[in-house]
Design a protein around this ligand. Structure first.
Ligand SMILES: [Ca+2]
Ligand SMILES: [Ca+2]
Length: 94
């Protein structure tokens, strides 16, 4: 459970950094948006991470996201290690 706590803390920091970048959204929805986004990304990430190693592999991504292609995965695999991390998920363009 300690691992989870650490992950959550850094995740919160990432959300905050993202919120600063998109402060227009924060102004509009305030704390609700932050919480909503946190839950949305976290849920999606956990759903895709079938083997719970806190990374989403290409196989997991393609299996969990019907209609997605390998190129979609690679586009957001910013460090090209063949895995999506929560950090990378947070950087997804919308
Ligand atoms: Ca995984
Ligand atoms: Ca990666």
């Amino acid at each position: 459970m300690d691992d989870n706590q650490d992950g959550k803390q850094s995740f919160d920091e990432l959300v905050e950094a993202d919120m600063r970048e998109h402060h227009d959204l924060k102004d509009e929805a305030g704390g609700f948006f932050e919480e909503h986004m946190h839950n949305q990304y976290h849920d999606e990430f956990e759903r895709l991470d079938v083997n719970k190693d806190e990374k989403v592999s290409k196989d997991e991504f393609l299996t969990g996201s019907p209609g997605s292609r390998e190129a979609d995965f690679q586009k957001h695999d910013f460090n090209n290690d063949g895995q999506h991390t929560l950090d990378e998920m947070l950087s997804l363009e919308r």
